[in-house]
Design a protein around this ligand. Structure first.
Ligand code: NAP
Length: 254
């Protein structure tokens, strides 16, 4: 490929895509928001910090041959900026987003549209496992239930009045998740529909323990942006543009 590929990251998929592309000799610049204090860095060049809105991203696209937005399914602002900036510059854009989770027999899932709705849904619980990340915890600040708050870095106030903070970075195993829920008498789990295997063990543990799960639906994707569901699909999209490899299946549209 002539020119570099900018990968908007902050996910395991973004890191794996950078690994895959660097191994193919592609010039990759990965971008992280800088939210996590000690991020696991991908190979290739890495920049950290916001671009300064859509205008800043437009400027950063100078010399960029293609943009892959591999941010988290809930990083809706960055995804909107990627769509708007590439529309302005004409830079090819691919969204890499893992599929959401699907309920299995035995799951007791309740879908909501926002963290605020999730807080309302668990208002009557005794002990809540909150796995929604450290941003947006203010939505749960008014809960009187005991809340086990799990995040990679220490969450900032406001927190629920009776909070136990558990600092941990996935992937998590089913046995550990079951042990965590049992130790804290968790009677409901709250999660975003992040999808993927890294954090799915809590869903299995909840099913096994008969504990309900409140899931926050994903924000919608920008219209007209092609979507790859896997790292391989995204790598093929990039490599097809470089003309160095076999043509892949066309990524599906949202
Ligand atoms: P967001 O609300 O969509 O974005 C807020 C701002 O953060 C953006 O406008 C942008 O600042 C900056 N930003 C976000 N992702 C960036 C990236 N990859 N590189 C450079 N700047 C970035 O994002 P968020 O939900 O706060 O997530 C931040 C990061 O954490 C993302 O990279 C995402 O992949 C990762 N993450 C998010 C979640 C989640 O639940 N939201 C979970 C796991 C990981 P400017 O406007 O200044 O460019």
């Amino acid at each position: 490929m002539t020119g570099r590929v900018l990968v908007l990251g902050g996910t395991a998929e973004a890191r794996r895509l950078a690994e895959r592309l660097v191994a193919e000799g592609v010039d990759v610049l990965s971008s992280l928001a800088g939210r996590v204090a000690d991020p696991v860095l991908p190979p290739g060049e890495v920049r950290i910090g916001g671009f300064g809105g859509t205008a800043g991203l437009v400027a950063a696209l100078d010399g960029v041959a293609a943009l892959v937005d591999a941010t988290h399914p809930f990083a809706a602002t960055m995804t909107a900026h990627a769509a708007a900036a590439t529309a302005a510059t004409g830079t090819p854009l691919l969204r890499l987003q893992r599929p959401g989770w699907t309920a299995q027999p035995g799951d007791d899932w309740r879908w909501v549209d926002s963290l605020e709705q999730a807080a309302t849904a668990v208002a009557g619980a005794r002990s809540v496992l909150l796995t929604t990340g450290r941003q947006g915890l203010a939505a749960f600040a008014g809960l009187s239930a005991h809340c086990v708050v799990r995040s990679v870095d220490p969450p900032e106030p406001p927190l629920p009045a009776r909070a136990t903070v558990v600092l941990a970075r996935g992937p998590f195993g089913v046995e550990d998740e079951r042990a965590l829920m049992t130790a804290h008498g968790v009677d409901v789990v709250v999660t975003k529909d992040s999808g993927g295997p890294m954090t799915a063990a809590k869903l299995t543990a909840a099913r096994e323990l008969g504990v309900p799960v409140v899931l926050v639906r994903r924000p919608p994707l920008p219209e007209g942006v092609p979507v790859a569901a896997t790292v391989e699909e995204a790598a093929a999209w990039v490599l097809r543009r470089s003309g160095t490899t076999r043509p892949p299946a066309t990524p599906s549209r949202p």
